[in-house]
Design a protein around this ligand. Structure first.
Ligand code: 1GP
Length: 246
């Protein structure tokens, strides 16, 4: 097991909050400061990435964040260009809910040689997009159809397929800034389907909604937009407490 696989495996029993930083949302120093506040408030690790990058601060953002916090920084890439050795590891995503070959295998084929060359620890992660109200950036950019919110059996079949294919984690995604988070029924169906580390994110703005997702079986909760927009450390503290007390 490499560093990132071991990190998620070791922390699965206790769970954790993952703070998502979008490199486009400010100067690297500001984002590093935000990451530091999030980690001080209880975040276990920081994810860096975005469905689309407009600026050129990606690598500097990863470096600054990593220099500022006492927790690992994992890449959560929106495409095969968001790769740097400045991170502690990478979620090597395959968008298994979609039927678009680009996000199932093409980006991976293009980025694998670089990941291997730089020796970045990588965790094969099944990325499952769930319908969340309005069209999200990830839905639009990936040109894939999310799994309907009222179809937990379809979500669980995808998670089972991911496990049988040898993936090491499942990420249930509503999309950044989603109107509604992933429904609990989908989280619990996927939890019943697999023992893989289960990461759930998108549209989580309250401690209560995170609490429901943790009770349904989420191991890791991802928070990005709300903390980025409000700087509200009480959200991070509250969710971290809920995870600790589960
Ligand atoms: C997006 O799941 C993450 O990939 C986080 O979503 O920005 O809505 O918190 P938010």
């Amino acid at each position: 097991m490499n560093f990132i696989e071991k990190w998620f495996c070791d922390r699965k029993p206790s769970g954790g909050l993952l703070l998502l930083i979008d490199p486009d949302r400010g100067a690297p120093e500001r984002l590093a400061d935000m990451a530091e506040k999030g980690v001080s408030a209880g975040a276990s690790a920081v994810l860096v990435g975005s469905s689309i990058l407009l600026g050129d601060g990606f690598e500097r953002c990863v470096r600054e964040v990593r220099g500022e916090i006492d927790a690992p920084v994992f890449l959560f890439p929106g495409n095969g260009h968001q790769i740097t050795l400045e991170a502690d590891g990478i979620l090597f995503l395959t968008l298994i809910s979609g039927r678009n070959p680009r996000w199932l295998i093409e980006e991976q084929v293009e980025s694998a040689p670089k990941i291997k060359a730089v020796g970045l620890p990588s965790m094969a992660t099944g990325y499952i997009l769930i319908e969340s109200g309005k069209v999200t950036a990830v839905q639009f950019m990936s040109a894939t159809v999310p799994i309907p919110r009222n179809k937990p059996d379809i979500a669980s079949a995808h998670a089972m397929a991911g496990e049988l294919l040898g993936l090491k984690a499942i990420f249930l995604e509503a999309g950044s800034g989603a109107e509604n988070p992933v429904p609990e029924a989908i989280v619990s169906a996927v939890r019943d389907a697999t023992d893989l580390p289960l990461i759930v994110g998108g549209g989580i703005r309250t401690v209560e909604s995170a609490q429901r997702l943790v009770s349904a079986g989420a191991d890791f909760i991802v928070v990005g937009t709300h903390f980025e927009q409000t700087g509200d450390t009480s959200l991070i503290e509250g969710i971290s407490r809920v995870i600790r007390d589960k």
